[in-house]
Design a protein around this ligand. Structure first.
Ligand SMILES: Nc1ncnc2c1ncn2[C@@H]1O[C@H](COP(=O)(O)OP(=O)(O)O)[C@@H](O)[C@H]1O
Ligand SMILES: [Mg+2]
Length: 244
């Protein structure tokens, strides 16, 4: 059974078909890259998966369960986390507090004893999440004092703190320097060892190095799917990328 499956997933914005009948399957422990020109529907696809947007038609099956149209907090509880293309952190609290709040958001029920026992658990989870994005030493810095690259990595840490089964990364290296991009690539490689990852990324070197398989979106539909080697040689893909 795939971890994630979409059936005829479609989104319309007025007259515009942002996604059209997308049939997609993602295996457990896979790293899948989604690529495609600007406006291809990549973020819209993520918005549907994470409950930010309700699809106009179609179904989303996650871990065997129909999650179509669930609100984003319910989807987070089911185990899909996402880092946004636009920085989405709380600037006026520490890096550690940012991930701690995220770790807590996955908990429910306020039983006193469970809460007391859970507190240590949450602190440990928050520290583990910070560590996996290389920010443990900066846990007590205000998030706003981190560099742009560190803030983007913190966002990944916030997503990880919810202990997802699927991590969706929307252009994690956007706006980063070469050195920061390289660091983030290695960090994602480490995270990918025990997690299923869907990544939208423009940096083809990162895509080719990290992805097990690639899905190419074009005008809201799947143009091609395959291994990095297959995609690099696919004439339809080459045509789209040479045109843009
Ligand atoms: N909330 C929205 N309202 C109207 N049109 C939208 C909205 N979000 C995205 N679109 C349009 O849908 C298409 C797909 O956008 P998007 O998913 O952001 O593409 P990508 O992430 O691949 O660049 C684009 O034509 C975009 O302008
Ligand atoms: Mg986008």
């Amino acid at each position: 059974m795939p971890l994630l499956k979409t059936e005829r997933l479609s989104v319309r914005f007025g007259g515009l078909a942002a996604l059209s009948d997308v049939d997609f399957e993602l295996g457990r422990n896979e790293v899948r890259a989604i690529i495609g020109p600007n406006g291809a529907g990549k973020s819209t696809f993520f918005n549907c998966l994470t409950g930010v947007l309700r699809p106009t038609r179609g179904r989303i099956i996650f871990d065997g369960e129909d999650i179509t149209g669930l609100p984003s907090n319910a989807i987070s509880q089911k185990g899909i986390a996402r880092s946004y293309q636009i920085t989405n952190i709380l600037p006026n609290v520490s890096a550690l507090e940012n991930v701690r709040i995220a770790a807590q958001s996955r908990r429910h029920g306020w039983n006193m004893i469970a809460h007391h026992a859970g507190l240590r658990d949450i602190n440990e989870k928050a520290e583990a999440a910070l560590k996996s994005v290389g920010l443990l030493a900066k846990g007590h810095e205000l998030a706003s004092n981190l560099s742009h690259g560190e803030q983007r990595n913190l966002e990944i840490g916030i997503a990880l703190a919810t202990e997802p089964k699927l991590l969706c990364l929307d252009e994690p290296t956007a706006g980063m320097s070469q050195a920061e991009t390289e660091d983030t690539k290695e960090l994602i490689r480490g995270i990918a060892e025990n997690l299923t990852i869907l990544i939208v990324e423009h940096d083809m070197q990162i895509v080719m190095e990290l992805a097990d398989r690639i899905t190419v979106l074009h005008y809201g539909a799947i143009l091609a799917e395959g291994t990095p080697a297959e995609i690099q040689q696919n004439p339809r893909v080459l045509e789209v990328y040479l045109k843009t």
